[in-house]
Write a protein that binds this ligand. Structure first.
Ligand code: ZN
Length: 370
């Protein structure tokens, strides 16, 4: 069984920048934990252009600030998924200018990136022009012959490949966010909202996904990483809380959590003692205390303890148990495609009662497929 858990920590931290005379700016960071030996994750600042009272360009029913944000949010998710996916790709931390329809001054954008500090700054925009004839893709850096220009060129290539619009070429511009950022920066304009053909391509089903993937591929290639679509796998949502007697509890999975397939298996290793259980929840909630440990989700949840006590003695650190979560199991527990499953296991050593701490494995999160 392939070890799939502990691929990376994805902790979301929301910081708030207080800004005089403007509404506070919400910055969201996603910290990707360093995988062993692979060095620090690259810090990517994703800047969704415009927002709030500044709609940016408007054309053919598309409002630039909205499309920019959709692409930026999806790019963030792809970067996070790429970090957790060990089958290829890179390892990233993401900070965003905005995750909602907020007004953010340009200086706040560059200050946030500079203070973090970001390794790269990617600003997502879409174009408009007075005449509807102008069309195509262009990407900007502040100067040529720089790392920012290389990032610009890779983004331009990937956007052309993804959207198939006219190649207006990589360009330089004295834009504020390119000039005032201290790290290599690029600004994309994937197409013209004012051009009916471009607008149709940018609003077609799948356009946001294609645009976000193009940005991901461009960033990956800029760092010498072959383009890689992250594989959806389990993501770790919390970590072992307590181990005892030298045991480190672990949980892993193989197969596809699906309402039609039955190859999905969750297994626990380093099972300790005679009191333990696998736990499953149907939705995310708050932390719930449990006998000195903390479960990482809580609330009015469907919790399904599965008890085993098949001859594992107290202090046994080598035990293993598996549960096949077949389609019948999932349907019996009300799981539908798109639902999330949260898995974790707990144990305690009866020999140490009543003071024994409860040990908890990593938590794994899965999405149920059709
Ligand atoms: Zn713009």
């Amino acid at each position: 069984m392939q070890r799939l858990s502990q691929l990376g920590r994805s902790a979301t931290l929301v910081a708030t920048l207080g800004l005089a005379a403007v509404a506070a700016v919400q910055l969201e960071t996603t910290a990707g934990a360093a995988l062993g030996g692979s060095g620090a994750p690259r810090r990517i600042f994703v800047d969704a252009g415009h927002g709030g009272t500044d709609p940016g360009a408007i054309g053919n029913g598309i409002v630039e600030k909205e499309l920019n944000l959709e692409v930026a949010l999806r790019l963030r998710d792809l970067l996070e998924a790429d970090t957790e996916d060990t089958s290829g790709g890179g390892e990233w931390e993401v900070m965003m200018t905005r995750t909602t329809d907020a007004s953010v001054p340009l200086s706040s954008r560059t200050n946030a990136a500079n203070n973090w500090p970001a390794d790269r700054f990617v600003s997502i925009h879409h174009n408009a022009f007075g005449s509807s004839i102008a069309s195509g893709t262009e990407t900007f850096s502040f100067a040529n012959g720089t790392a920012g220009a290389d990032l610009r060129d890779r983004l331009q290539e990937e956007l052309l490949s993804a959207m198939g619009l006219v190649d207006r070429g990589p360009k330089t511009a004295n834009f504020f966010v390119l000039r005032e950022t201290l790290m290599p920066a690029a600004l994309t304009e994937a197409g013209f909202l004012s051009n009916p053909g471009d607008a149709a391509a940018l609003s077609a089903p799948g356009a946001v996904e294609a645009l976000a993937l193009a940005h991901l591929f461009g960033i990956q290639r800029h760092y010498g990483i072959p383009p890689h679509i992250p594989v959806d796998g389990p993501s770790t949502y919390c970590f072992p809380k307590t181990a005892s007697a030298g045991c480190v509890p672990s949980i892993e999975a193989a197969g596809t959590p699906s309402v039609s397939q039955s190859d999905f298996v969750v297994a626990c290793d380093q099972v300790l003692s005679q009191q333990f259980g696998m736990l499953f929840w149907g939705r995310q909630g708050l932390e719930l205390p449990l006998l000195g440990g903390f479960l990482c989700v809580g609330g009015p949840l469907m919790r399904t303890p599965v008890q085993f006590s098949n001859g594992l003695g107290p202090g046994n650190c080598s035990g293993r148990l598996e549960l096949q979560m077949d389609s019948g199991f999932l349907s019996a527990n009300g799981m539908l495609p798109g639902d999330e499953i949260f898995c974790q296991w707990w144990y305690r050593d009866p020999g140490l009662l009543p003071a024994t701490p409860v040990g908890l494995s990593d938590g794994l999160r899965f999405t149920v497929l059709p």
